[in-house]
Design a protein around this ligand. Structure first.
Ligand code: NAP
Length: 171
């Protein structure tokens, strides 16, 4: 048995998740989606994102924090030194949800089964990038839109991608 690895991220139209610190948008419907999707799940985070999110974690969350510092104390969770180690620890969970940041998305995407991407219709121009989503490897299976309104300065779509299943023609 192994956990499904899902990457969840909000990404600008030009591929960035942050200008360097913090998330560059205030989009309440996306925050609610993130809170709802990650509820009571095991999470995989980079040490910098973990530190930014301290105070946010809820009972039921189990953060696995990727760091080179094995002695890092993680209440209700654990420090890990690699994505495979996190997947081994989460072996008996249905899902492990990777919440970033940029370094961790890069390390985790080759292990991922599902991407949940909030595609924000804004150009950031520079910043920390999300790995390129290859159309030959990932197919969109659902899409939900949010328009600009009083609470949302930018429109966005929440797109779920599944890894493309390859037929093994040699079998
Ligand atoms: N838009 C979004 O959806 C979204 C989501 C999450 C985060 N963010 C933003 O992304 C930014 C943070 O991203 P980031 O790339 O700077 O940091 P990060 O990925 O959150 O964390 C980086 C840290 O992870 C550890 N690490 C990375 N690779 C490792 C490896 N191979 N082995 C062991 N440890 C490893 C290191 O910790 P040590 O230094 O402790 O060794 C490194 O300093 C923040 O601005 C945050 O707000 C945006």
């Amino acid at each position: 048995m192994s956990a499904t690895l899902t990457l969840i991220a909000a990404v600008s139209a030009d591929g960035y998740i942050s200008r360097g610190s913090g998330v560059p948008w205030c989009l309440p419907a996306d925050r609610a989606h993130f809170r709802q999707y990650t509820r009571e799940k095991w999470l995989l985070l980079g040490r910098r994102t973990y530190e930014e999110m301290l105070g946010w974690f809820q009972p039921g969350h189990h953060p696995l924090v990727l760091t080179h510092e094995p002695k890092l104390i993680v209440p209700n969770g654990k420090a890990v030194s690699s994505v495979p180690e996190a997947l081994r620890l989460a072996e008996y969970q249905r899902e492990l949800v990777c919440c970033g940041g940029a370094e961790i998305y890069q390390a985790a995407i080759s292990h991922a089964h599902r991407l949940i991407i909030t595609e924000v219709h804004e150009i950031l121009g520079h910043g920390l990038a999300f790995p390129k989503i290859s159309k030959s490897e990932w197919e969109p299976v659902s899409r939900r839109s949010q328009a600009v309104d009083d609470d949302h300065a930018f429109s966005f779509e929440i797109v779920i991608y599944q890894r493309v299943q390859r037929l093994d023609l040699a079998a």
